[in-house]
Design a protein around this ligand. Structure first.
Ligand code: HEC
Length: 284
């Protein structure tokens, strides 16, 4: 292994069979996990060799209907929550975001992790990442996937008829570790109620995967949160039409759209984004 080993963290509390977790300063193989964010000692990134991850205590669960490949799958992996105890994180880091090769991102705040116990999958049906299947649309799922033994949507979180969705990113290459209050927390409204609060729940749950604000969310779309907010405020009807069916407004749009969203969901999203614009830049 040519990569320079900058740091080697011996971790207290690990079971005797586990190897100490190392952060390399560069990638040693395409199966390594990049970690980015706030680490103790001021470090902001590193790579965990796959072999190190494979040596950590893991769990094996069977999902009777994997939502990505639509058949039963056996996962062996590490609960995302466990990584918090294994990495040398700076104090207060409580949010993990999985970033995919195409810059799609899935956010996992603490309450979501506690409700659903997402698993960083290392083996699928007992197979190493080189032998993983593709998704039905032909995309590579490797090197990392995140899923659940069984995902049960929380009925209390149903906002404007939109159910809580399973966050199941594939082709994950990086995990980001941040403080919720410094990142996602800034996208929350200070005084939202009713439909506006529902819109916040939907936006943070669905739109953030491809739209970003600072270090929060995914960069797949290239379009930042404030641009969405400006649209919502200036063109409320067009915004709602676009979200439901982007190509009806912009024939070349690459956004998949949300054809299942009904009027309450669309109008609550519009309310959230325009309130966010006012909160962050003031009344125009
Ligand atoms: C799977 C990724 C994805 C998700 C999820 C997604 N978007 Fe998009 N969005 C895109 C892409 C890609 C574009 C750029 C479209 C283009 O120009 O081709 C875009 C563009 C937009 C635009 C137009 C911005 C502009 O300047 O052209 C709006 C408005 C928008 N999205 C709103 C939303 C809202 C609201 C949500 C959540 C309900 C959402 N998007 C979720 C991928 C996504």
């Amino acid at each position: 292994m040519k990569a320079l080993r900058l740091a080697c963290f011996l971790l207290a509390g690990l079971v005797a069979s586990a190897q100490p977790l190392e952060l390399l300063s560069e990638r040693s193989s395409d199966g390594d996990l990049e970690v980015v964010g706030g680490f103790s000692g001021g470090r902001t990134n590193g790579f965990i060799p796959r072999a190190q991850l494979m040596n950590l205590p893991s769990v094996t669960v069977t999902n009777r209907n994997d939502l990505e490949v639509h058949r039963p799958l056996v996962y062996t992996g590490i609960p995302l929550d466990d990584l918090f105890g294994l990495l040398p994180l700076a104090p207060g880091i409580d949010l993990v975001t999985a970033v995919c090769r195409d810059k799609y991102a899935a956010v996992y705040p603490k309450d979501y992790r506690q409700r659903h116990q997402p698993l960083l999958v290392l083996k699928l049906d007992g197979k190493d990442y080189a032998d993983w299947p593709s998704t039905p649309s032909g995309a590579r799922m490797a090197p990392f996937y995140i899923s659940y033994g069984k995902f049960v949507a929380d009925p209390k979180l149903t906002a404007a008829d939109v159910e809580e969705e399973a966050r199941i990113p594939f082709a994950v290459v990086t995990l980001r570790f941040d403080r919720f209050a410094d990142t996602l927390g800034r996208l929350q409204l200070t005084n939202a109620t009713g439909a506006t609060r529902d819109g916040e729940t939907i936006a943070l749950g669905q739109c953030l995967a491809c739209h970003f604000s600072g270090a929060s969310g995914g960069r797949l779309s290239g379009k930042p949160w404030l641009v969405l907010a400006a649209w919502a405020k200036a063109e409320p009807d067009l915004f709602q039409k676009y979200v439901r069916n982007p190509r009806q407004v912009e024939p070349t749009s690459r956004m998949p759209g949300f054809p299942n969203y009904q009027a309450p969901a669309l109008s609550s999203l519009q309310k959230y984004f325009s309130a966010y614009l006012v909160q962050s830049v003031g009344e125009p």
